[in-house]
Ligand binder design. Structure first.
Ligand code: SAM
Length: 400
């Protein structure tokens, strides 16, 4: 099976190898818009339009044409947020011949004079817009794959709401076609309610002066969170994330989520990280979801339950953090049993009762038992003295 990338310039923009493949195909599969780009005289193969929704129909469609020369049309580069990924997953890469075309982001970088390798891309297609927030840094250039005619207006509204109103937005429409067009403005006064649905957005990020500056490492300022006091404070949080050591694709259980900070900073560590926060208070669970959206990780799953209730239904974790509920009967055992060999467990506490439990586990399973004591300088009369926060005992261990 061949997968042929095609651009908005249609047949005229195809290299000879792609044309040869399409001429020779017995079956041509693609979106109606893409199929219409092929001249009937050159491409006599039977034409099959993708149904919507596409994904569930793919295996049946491929099976129906087994043994014939099939060419699937994809927009731009088939392996960049495209159908190539789905087909490679179903057929295996060895049964695919992919003929790429420049992607929309290659075109956008060409028009903007931006180096592709230094330009981060965020897809808004079938993804929550809030995820964009985690990618915003002063002076950063971003390309967004838009979804629908209103996505520039929605992006502008989000940027205003999150304190990035000065950000320049350029909407590059119909890239590569004779109908290319550009909309240009700032988020603060974006005038266009809609755009051509085929577009890429280019952002030059500018933070409003009063917007809190957030870096990329764990240990965000406590003010970044809405909280009721149940928050792992900045320095202990940074040390906790260091012990948890997130890696791309890994899943964290954040038990006793509180304000959600541990799960949130786990997710901010890499876009492929996954996390579930388990919190018994419904009010706090709602707050965790708000914090996750505001800090750009709307994918944080929040489960309202008093652990160990609810844990059995969760997918197996790579790491577990226990920030609350240590003394709940069966909680530590349930966590330990759920952890695969090589998985990490980190538990923090400020109470003697929970500390005794952690000391006993430390004797049994090893790992590291540490005490974190942070003091901050505060005014004392006309002078300055240390205010000591409650020391936090932390047990961290790798299973097996
Ligand atoms: C100290 S806070 C955790 C702070 C959190 N790591 C953060 O930074 O926001 C402890 C939280 O655990 C929750 N909790 C206590 N026992 C629990 C249990 N058995 N299951 C789920 N949540 C629990 C409490 O409601 C509280 O919100």
């Amino acid at each position: 099976m061949s997968v042929v990338g095609i651009g908005a310039d249609g047949w005229d923009g195809l290299p000879e190898a792609s044309r040869r493949t399409l001429r020779a195909a017995e079956v041509l599969i693609g979106g109606p818009r893409q199929l219409d780009l092929l001249p009937a005289a050159d491409c006599p193969g039977a034409r099959v339009a993708w149904p919507t929704p596409l994904l569930p129909a793919v295996p049946g469609l491929l099976g129906a044409h087994e043994g014939r020369r099939v060419a699937v049309l994809a927009s731009g580069d088939p392996m960049f947020y495209g159908i190539g990924r789905t087909l490679a997953g179903i057929l295996g890469p060895d049964r695919l011949r992919v003929l790429p075309h420049p992607s929309s982001v290659s075109y956008a970088c060409a028009r903007l004079g931006w180096p592709l390798e230094a330009t981060e891309t965020v897809s808004l297609v079938a993804r929550p817009l809030d995820a964009l927030t985690a990618r915003l840094h002063d002076g950063r250039r971003l390309l967004l794959l838009g979804e629908g005619a209103d996505s520039p207006a929605r992006v502008a509204a989000l940027l205003r709401e999150r304190g990035w109103g000065g950000t320049r937005i350029r909407v590059l429409e119909q890239l590569g076609s004779p109908r290319e067009a550009l909309l240009d403005g700032t988020a603060a006064d974006w005038p266009h309610a809609s755009a051509d649905p085929l577009h890429v957005l280019a952002l030059d990020c500018v933070r409003d002066p009063e917007t809190l500056r957030l870096g990329v490492t764990p240990g965000l300022p406590d003010e970044a969170y809405e909280h009721d006091g149940q928050l792992t404070k900045r320095y202990v949080r940074a040390a906790t994330l260091a012990a948890l050591a997130p890696a791309p694709g890994e899943l964290l259980w954040d038990i006793g989520g509180g304000s959600g900070s541990i799960g949130i900073e786990w997710l901010r560590a890499h876009r492929d990280c996954r996390a579930v926060a388990v919190e018994r208070s419904a009010e706090r669970a709602a707050r965790i979801a708000r914090n996750a959206a505001a800090l750009g990780v709307p994918g944080l799953r929040v489960v309202t339950a008093a652990a160990p209730a609810g844990l059995a239904e969760l997918p197996a974790p790579d790491a577990i953090f226990i920030g609350g509920g240590l003394t709940a009967p069966g909680l530590l055992d349930a966590c330990w049993d759920a952890l695969p060999e090589g998985g990490r467990l980190v538990a923090n506490t400020v109470t003697l009762e929970s500390e005794a439990l952690l000391a006993e586990r430390y004797r049994r399973h090893g790992g590291e038992l540490i005490r974190l004591a942070v003091a901050a300088a505060v005014p004392v009369g006309g002078f300055t003295g240390w205010r000591q926060a409650m020391p936090v005992t932390q047990w961290s261990v790798t299973k097996g």
